[in-house]
Design a protein around this ligand. Structure first.
Ligand code: DX5
Ligand code: ZN
Length: 224
């Protein structure tokens, strides 16, 4: 596994009244993607963004748009999110009884495909689907809200995922989402995560968005 890692700020915690400035700050500080959380009030308690938000972000940046679908029946919306400008589309294992087909459907749009697991969901399906996903998104909180605390036992799940991918010879990216800040990013990195989604620690940083991204990078460099 290589040492390079990526930061994906989640605009769920951005100041949406200044979305352009927030995204520009991400670009200046070398963010690698923009993460967009789509919630339907059914699979998760909250309702957030849809295709219109993806389209607006597309007009503001050339950074890859990483769209996290926390919605029931995501297969109904994959094409429209791709058309709106999504570069990577991630679906939850829990919402997809036919997930092999759904991952294939994502790739057919030209987007990269991601499979996501809630904290309590086992990883067994990874073994059978490794030809079908480009990234594995591990929730390190229960999805639905920003600003929650990293669940410490998820570090074991990250290393289990890294081990399974290694056994399979898969070079899929391991992403983590939830409670990632300067104090938790180091252990998630050490366990094998290489893409870090962060909302409140980036956009809520007391010294601003750029300082938030710098602090995350420092959290990896100075990890114990
Ligand atoms: C949670 C979302 C996350 C959220 C993370 O359901 O999927 O992407 O924005 O927020 P923080 O970094 O504040 O935990
Ligand atoms: Zn997310």
């Amino acid at each position: 596994m290589n040492n390079k890692f990526e930061i994906s700020p989640s605009i769920l915690s951005a100041n949406l009244g200044q979305l352009q400035a927030e995204i520009e700050a991400c670009e200046r500080s070398g963010a690698d993607r923009i993460h967009i959380d789509v919630m339907d009030g059914s699979f998760v308690p909250n309702i957030t963004f849809g295709q219109v938000m993806v389209k607006n972000c597309r007009a503001l940046t050339d950074l890859p748009l990483d769209v996290h679908l926390m919605i029931v029946s995501p297969e109904r919306h994959i094409e429209s999110f791709a058309k709106a400008g999504a570069d990577i589309i991630t679906v939850h294992y829990e919402t997809c009884p036919l997930i092999q087909r759904t991952l294939t459907q994502i790739r057919e749009t030209g987007a990269k495909s991601g499979i996501c697991f809630n904290p309590g969901t086992p990883l067994d399906s990874l073994r059978y689907l490794s030809a079908d996903f480009d990234q594995v998104l591990l929730m390190t909180v229960n999805p639905g809200f920003g600003g929650q605390k990293y669940i410490p036992s998820m570090t074991l799940k990250i290393s289990d995922t890294a081990q399974i991918l290694k056994e399979l010879g898969s070079d899929a990216l391991i992403q983590v989402d939830g409670g990632i800040d300067a104090t938790t990013i180091g252990e998630a990195y050490a366990a094998g995560a290489r893409n870090f989604i962060a909302g409140s620690s980036v956009f809520g940083h007391p010294e601003g968005t750029e300082a938030g991204i710098r602090a995350l990078r420092a959290g990896v460099e100075n990890r114990n």
